[in-house]
Design a protein around this ligand. Sequence first.
Ligand code: ADP
Ligand code: MG
Length: 574
Amino acid sequence: MPIKVLASDIISRIAAGEVIERPASVVKELVENSLDAGATQIAVEINGGGIHLIRVADNGMGIPADEVELAFERHATGKLTSDADLEIISTLGFRGEALPSIASVSEVSIVTRHQDESIGTITKLERGVTTSKTKQAAPQGTIITVRNLFQNVPARLKFLKSAATETSHTSHLVAQYTLAFPEVKFTLTVNGRTTLRSPGNGNLKDTLIEVYGVETAKSMLEIHPDETSGENTLRVSGFVGPAALARSSRDYLSFFVNRRWIQNRSLTFAVEQAYQGMLMTGKHPIVALNIMLPPQEIDVNVHPTKREIRFRNEGEVFLAVQRAVRETLVGLSPVPRMRAPSHSVHGLSPDPLFSVPKAGARPGPAAFPPTAKQRPDQPALPASELPILRVIGQFQSTYILAEGPDGIYLIDQHAAHERILFEKIREQQICQAPEVQGLLEPLTIEVTARQAELLSSQIDILQEAGFSLEPFGEREYLVRAVPAMVKRHEIAPTLFEIIDSLGQAEPSQWSERIAQSLACHGAVRAGQILSLPEIDELMRQLEQTALPRHCPHGRPTMIHLPTSQLQKEFGRRT
Ligand code: ADP
Ligand code: MG
């Protein structure tokens, strides 16, 4: 094919593809424009996941009537004038790309009145072309409405997730901006219901209360900025959650650099390093960190959606973040000591919870991760079978030591119990007969706007799993019943973990994810002393499982030290 320059509307749509990935990207660009316009109030509204409608209304400076159409031209911006400005960007936007990109993939209407003008204008655009423009009385500020997103880009439309998932992206995004700009009053309205309302009083703690709920926000620790550092140096501030509040996704790590919400692996790593030794594997802390540094120290022009930035001196920022977080954690909250282990294990032995699953009713192995490769010197047993084991004892209150016909077995008691519970729950799911315990006193849990959004689509499957939840106000739920193996103090963490993990999974994986979370929370912990009869019972039940050698996450439940190896190590055999 001969080489040709593309028609301008195709160029626009290709460029839009870089900036506008999904409805939340539109919200991001519009909110950033409102913030750049000095707004103190920003109302975001979405319907149908943002595909039907997105509206962002602000009380910022507005756009002069004769500049509205210009704002929708590619590379038209009021924020940069010279090359040198690019080095010291202090606004969120600077490329003049967002409005034309949005307009090329949707129907836009904009009502705006500039602060120096007495009458506003309303302008309508379809696929980037102005179709009408009239004068209209309007309050100072800008209201942009975006309808029927991606109707002319079917390929993009196909890649969108369900309305609930798209909504959850927007909820997450708006929550991040409320944290980055506590002095701005944000509201988020989803399908006519207001789901997030930030106080706008400039206080980050009050904003955290709105985003994460009172209980969580209250226990977060404030980073005290280094008083010795001056205005023009690197400063780290914000709040960090104690390790006990850790969550199973990284969505709760928020970084703002010069008030821009960004994602950065190195910062995530710095924070997780600061928590070293305090978090269980797979757990991530709740953190809202503000990093301020001179604008020439960062390059914000490295990513199409400006989600990533580059630091001139990344090592220095890394160390400052790690130190600030660590000092806050260690200085204000003593690292928790392991609690004295209780001598009786909830449920082991007589409790019907631990009844042995019936043979034949086990879930098929297809649902599980493949088992590890067997070493050649291991007995030729199928992975799903265990030899008869004689329990020798418990080691470090964490591992069970057992003797088999072919050597020694070290069994991780938590992982083994997880496997037992997991298969039991899967069996109950298949029979649609969850074992449920009613709560004498209902428990109230507070969820984030994003979790509330996810919960609304998950409520049926949670019900099937044995949770009875009732909405109670906008962001609270009453828990009236839970699956039998969940202990009362574990209810909220278990639910949060399930909501978050379902949010990251396809609906087809939901019941398996629920079983994993319930098994993990219901299983005996490392550090719990078990009696010999309890250990025997645990081993007997493990033998009955379909895949005794791996926990539901695919990690091994046991390590085998073959007799032949022992003989070699001790020089009894070469
Ligand atoms: P950029 O933000 O990179 O400048 P945009 O395409 O997002 O590019 O916006 C183009 C211009 O339109 C902005 O530079 C600004 O002058 C104007 N503008 C957009 N949204 C608003 C708003 N909500 N209030 C005031 N001016 C706005
Ligand atoms: Mg912009």
